[in-house]
Design a protein around this ligand. Structure first.
Ligand SMILES: *[C@@H]1O[C@H](CO)[C@@H](O)[C@H](O)[C@H]1NC(C)=O
Ligand SMILES: *[C@@H]1O[C@H](CO)[C@@H](O)[C@H](O)[C@H]1NC(C)=O
Length: 388
């Protein structure tokens, strides 16, 4: 108490007018430095996204994209060519006209995660009536031992697509576009492509439910009775055959005849958010790089799904959209320019949704499953419960 009293008296003694203004000035300086560091002044200089937005190339992309889709030479030369050399190509992956393709962005050394994905949501034989394919996307590294292991892994599972860019988070857009290119060129008959990271939980069953009816997910419309009856009979017949042959397979109970194949679906967790102007941030973006106060609506990169039509337009649109190093932002810029509106679904969790058996009933994807055993446990429980 006596010390406090002393400080109090000292304070009164020293806080004469000049000292006060020095303290005030120092305080203001600190505030200014901090605000500048936090990027607050940068925010004042941003352009208005709603009224001033434009992004190179400033041309109508739609006719160019249309030409490229049908194989014509477009009237304007592309500004990006994603010229990869693929070291591993998985050439015959899609010979059976799959309905759904998983393209999983994976880090070179994540052998365990890939194995867990093969055994869980990436299982190509999950359903007897839905052809599913899976590939892992890799760049290249510098360690020959790791490469030898990857070579072996690919011999064993034939599911590695590897292109010749340095596998580094700064090359994220290159990695994602290597997946787009591969899917366009080597999986031409697939209807839907789901892109995912290798630390995600995915429910293939719910993903298929979502694809069937994106705007109403997770509402279930009951099937008409007659169809149900027929389906049921067909199903039990098929199931007998299936259980006689393959233990793993299960019938996907949903009718896919009403899949809207022509629509341009680009769906996941959609954000409407401003660029990060906080300088030390990993996601810092300068005004030179992107001057507007908001990003276009973007689908977070952890897990999302595109229909074939959207895949083609995003891929060819990417040739005419100035490169951006964040893949989700780059795709959002392309989608804006080719006029595809991203569809938001909150069941694609970009964070880790805390687990409970029933709480995961409608989850399509959740981040935070970098631990292979945890992924197996959660997925197995959800599969038994009929939700994966
Ligand atoms: C990509 O390939 C095209 C045609 O082969 C070539 O003209 C172009 O320069 C290449 N671009 C890059 C970045 O290598
Ligand atoms: C990928 O990232 C590295 C930095 O880690 C960079 O040196 C390289 O030029 C990038 N691009 C390619 C095509 O690998």
């Amino acid at each position: 108490m006596r010390i406090l009293g002393k400080i109090w008296r000292l304070r009164r003694k020293f806080t004469t007018a000049p000292v006060k203004s020095i303290i005030l000035a120092t305080f203001l300086l600190i505030v200014i430095i901090c605000s500048s560091y936090m990027g607050i002044f940068t925010h004042f200089q941003e352009k208005d996204y709603y009224t001033e937005f434009s992004y190179p190339l400033d041309v109508d992309l739609q006719p160019l994209v249309k030409d490229m889709v049908v194989g014509k030479v477009p009237s304007i030369k592309p500004i990006n060519m994603f010229n990869y050399t693929y070291l591993k190509l998985c050439e015959n992956k899609c010979s059976n006209k799959p309905k759904l393709l998983f393209v999983v962005k994976s880090a070179l050394t994540h052998f365990e995660q890939r194995q867990a994905i093969r055994q869980t949501w990436g299982n190509q034989r999950r359903f007897s009536d839905v052809e599913i394919r899976r590939v892992f996307l890799l760049g290249t590294g510098f360690d020959p031992d790791i490469q030898r292991q990857i070579d072996l892994e690919d011999k064993m599972y034939s599911d590695i697509v590897q292109a010749d860019f340095v596998d580094d988070y700064r090359n994220n857009t290159l990695k994602t576009m290597s997946g787009f290119k591969w899917a366009v060129e080597h999986c031409p008959s697939v209807q839907f492509v789901a892109f995912s990271d290798d630390d995600m939980y995915v429910s293939t069953k719910n993903l298929l439910r979502f694809i069937r009816n994106p705007s109403n997910y997770p509402e279930e419309e009951p099937l008409p009775r007659i169809v149900q009856g027929i389906e049921h009979r067909e199903r039990s017949l098929k199931q007998e055959i299936v259980s006689a042959t393959l233990e793993e397979e299960e019938e996907e109970i949903h009718d896919f005849s009403n899949l809207n194949q022509d629509s341009k679906l680009y769906a996941g967790y959609v954000f409407h958010s401003p660029p990060q102007r906080h300088q030390p941030s990993k996601w810092y973006v300068s005004l030179e790089e992107y001057p507007y106060h908001l990003w276009p609506p973007y689908v977070t990169a952890g897990a999302y799904v595109v229909s074939r039509e959207a895949l083609l337009e995003l891929y060819y649109g990417s040739f005419y959209t100035k490169y951006f190093r964040f893949d989700d932002i780059f795709l959002s810029l392309v989608s804006l320019k080719v006029n595809i509106e991203p569809v938001h679904c909150p069941e694609f969790y970009f964070w880790k949704k805390s687990y409970s058996k029933d709480g995961y009933r409608n989850v399509i994807a959740s981040h935070g499953y970098g631990n292979p055993n945890e992924l197996r446990n959660v997925w197995n429980e959800q599969k038994s419960a009929g939700h994966a």
